[in-house]
Design a protein around this ligand. Structure first.
Ligand code: SF4
Length: 300
């Protein structure tokens, strides 16, 4: 069996930054450090940080007063900052700067009098954080788009969750533009999402099957699996080597591997070890050199 590794894959700059923020908090402020929502959507990463003294919680109300809390990379609504203030918490915000940019767009366009439409998945942590920034309507990128019942000449600003399918988003945005004549479109899909999907499309052309390594609750991992499948090959999302099934591999000569923006490379290495390939190569599609500065508290 041959393995072709997709590049880029794995950690994005926002995830690297968020994990580093929790580690720096553990060193600077000492455990326990609370983390509101999984710092990134990967159980391996969450467990590794919990073993060092991080405690993951779902809500601010679970955190004892006067503690230190890191808000996850997905972004948080202003309500959560207010609740943290009321409990006298020290908040370190690990929101990815590319998510913060969407928050700022929502506030700006709302203050300019536009109606904001967010394309995204209801209930996803990032969508909850963005929807708290300003009044807006949510349009799902996959189902039959239920558009707001506003006049067709209403000035609208279309924002998106950062980790959606590039193709589904384009379709949803096009439907909104057809409905509203005065629509301003922001391209909020982040570089990591776009690049990994572009790479997996090319990968799918060269292999018999694609494995996406990552968590079931990771939006960008699920989108990678869907993109690979739509490009004509069976594709499976696995958390780790333990999830591999023998029947998937029968008659498969070339396996393509990619991983989501929150997946550590060690999990990819474990899958490769289990598959015992005769040959491994890398399909380099796009070079990435993005980094983000740390929050003020940790800048030297
Ligand atoms: S996937 Fe994109 S938006 Fe999310 S943390 Fe990574 S760079 Fe930021």
């Amino acid at each position: 069996m041959e393995i072709i590794l997709s590049s880029p894959r794995g950690f994005c700059a926002g995830v690297v930054r968020a994990i580093e923020i929790v580690e720096l908090c553990l060193q600077k402020f000492r455990p326990p450090i609370y983390v509101k929502h999984e710092i990134v959507h990967n159980p391996y990463v969450v467990k590794a940080l919990e073993e060092k003294g991080a405690i993951t919680v779902d809500t601010v109300e679970e955190i004892p007063p006067n503690s230190t809390v890191v808000f996850s990379a997905h972004g948080s609504p202003p309500d959560d900052f207010q609740k943290a203030h009321d409990r006298n918490l020290r908040v370190i915000d690990a929101t990815c700067p590319l998510v913060t940019r969407v928050h700022n767009e929502a506030i700006k366009y709302n203050s300019e009098g536009k109606r904001v439409i967010l394309v995204g998945h209801r209930g996803h942590a990032e969508v909850n954080g963005t929807m708290g920034q300003a009044p807006m309507a949510l349009v799902d990128d996959t189902g039959p788009a239920e558009l707001p019942n506003w006049d067709s000449d209403t000035p609208v600003a279309i924002l998106t969750q950062t980790t959606l399918s590039v193709d589904d988003t384009a379709r949803a945005v096009s439907k909104i533009q057809n409905r509203f004549t005065d629509a301003l479109v922001r391209n909020d899909l982040c570089y990591a999402t776009t690049n990994r999907q572009e790479a997996v499309k090319k990968l799918a052309e060269q292999v018999d099957m694609v494995l996406v390594i990552g968590a079931q609750n990771s939006s960008n991992c699920n989108r990678l699996r869907e993109v690979a499948e739509r490009h004509g090959v069976p594709a499976y999302l696995v958390n780790s080597a333990e999830d591999l099934k023998d029947e998937w591999l029968a008659d498969i000569m070339k396996v393509g591997i990619t991983s989501g923006a929150s997946t550590p490379e060690v999990l990819v290495d474990q899958v490769i070890s289990k598959l015992k390939p005769n040959k491994i190569s890398t399909l380099n599609v796009i070079e990435e050199d993005v980094t983000f500065v740390l929050p003020q508290e940790f800048r030297k």
